[in-house]
Design a protein around this ligand. Sequence first.
Ligand SMILES: NC(=O)c1ccc[n+]([C@@H]2O[C@H](COP(=O)([O-])OP(=O)(O)OC[C@H]3O[C@@H](n4cnc5c(N)ncnc54)[C@H](OP(=O)(O)O)[C@@H]3O)[C@@H](O)[C@H]2O)c1
Length: 444
Amino acid sequence: MASVTSSRPYHIIIFGATGFTGQFVVEEVARCAAESPGGGSLKWAVAGRSRQRLEEVLKQAAGRLSMPELRTDIEIIVADVSIEESLAIMCQQGLVILNCVGPYRFYGEPVVKACIANGAHYIDICGEPQFLERMQLEYHTKALDRGVYVIGSCGFDSIPADLGILYTQRQFKGTLTAVESFLKISSGSEGMSGHDATWQSAVYGFADSGSLRQLRKKFGHKPLPVVGAKVKKGFMFFSKEIGQYAIPFMGSDPSVVKRTQRFLHEEEQQSPVQYSAYVGVGGLFSVVKLLCGGLLFWFMVKFSLGRKLLTMFPSFFSFGLFTKSGPTMKQIEDTCFSLTFFGEGYSEGTDPTQGQPNAKICTQVIGAGKTATTAFGSLKYTGEAVCVCVFSLKTFLPCHRRKRTVVNDQMNELFQFQGPGFELAESLPYCHSSLVTLIQQSHR
Ligand SMILES: NC(=O)c1ccc[n+]([C@@H]2O[C@H](COP(=O)([O-])OP(=O)(O)OC[C@H]3O[C@@H](n4cnc5c(N)ncnc54)[C@H](OP(=O)(O)O)[C@@H]3O)[C@@H](O)[C@H]2O)c1
């Protein structure tokens, strides 16, 4: 094998490749390596705690992609989160570790630690604010000192929201002051479902929400200034925009977007955007079901027996929305999402400290099939650089809701890495908050 660097044989190691999501990541990396010009020189390996299961994953991917060479050419690294030395050996072999082992609150920290100690860049698909913020608090400086990028939430949580807001800001002619986003997920005839690990992350995240408040106090941040009219947050309401009832989105999007907005305000003196995230829940019947289920959920997460029952019977307590086996391929293929951003602000030449907002914008991030349910967007290898590609993005009805042609934007080059380290793509107009370390580093 041609060496990636003198000491590191792989560009990418997919850790947790046997997991529900990890298997999709394996296929995506295999596909991108095969399809991209020069992709053959992308060196990657799979890692996990069972060699046998990893072999099975490669066999399945080889069959599904008609790429028999995956079974022989892709190397396997055995590493277990509970065995520090195995993580160190894994991290010494790769430039980038794509960490698919979750829930991250239980398994993530040793991997972050091992990456920093052994100089490998770390990327995950975590949607757990508490883990993401705690890693920032405890490891940001260490990562900077070691020149390592620790990049969280590079999945459905929270790339569409974070980059969608930045995109909206960029499209707005003036000062964008507030955005509300509405997530709508549509499924096919077999409906949709989520995987057990995500359900578990939610159960333990809600159970421990008090610690998140404590954690945030430790940052000692000053509140972000409110520019323009202060936006009131809704609890449950009928949204004319999406034609459904909507409730606040409980994932990591608001946390991630806020981190980005704080970074851009403090480091680049940009005007921060107030952000509220909502998800469409359907009609009145769904609302009643959700209220009953939600109350039961809130009650049960407070007790260890309740948590045990919730995690033992995800399908029962989530009305079939989360299952131990996760969505079927048909469900995944038939699922798509739209995240629509309704923004308001002050047109060019208007003072945002005076009067009411006078301009509006609407943008949308859409994703289909696996992008809605899996991770890392999709990867692209150009022979020199690996880029994470995300979703398709369109904007419409800009200022004053006038219809305009749909504009596709190339949200392709999120970041790229070359040789032993990452470099920001030069034209990069975005900075996912999890890329904060990356950006700060590029400024040093
Ligand atoms: N942000 C997003 O949009 C997004 C999307 C999808 C998933 N996720 C998150 O990604 C995480 C994984 O989800 P999933 O559905 O793929 O979960 P999963 O199917 O349960 O996979 C978990 C993976 O972790 C591995 N693992 C568990 N304990 C380990 C240990 N001690 N050492 C090494 N590996 C260990 C498992 O290996 P074994 O096969 O050996 O058990 C498996 O490969 C979850 O936290 C989920 O919330 C986020």
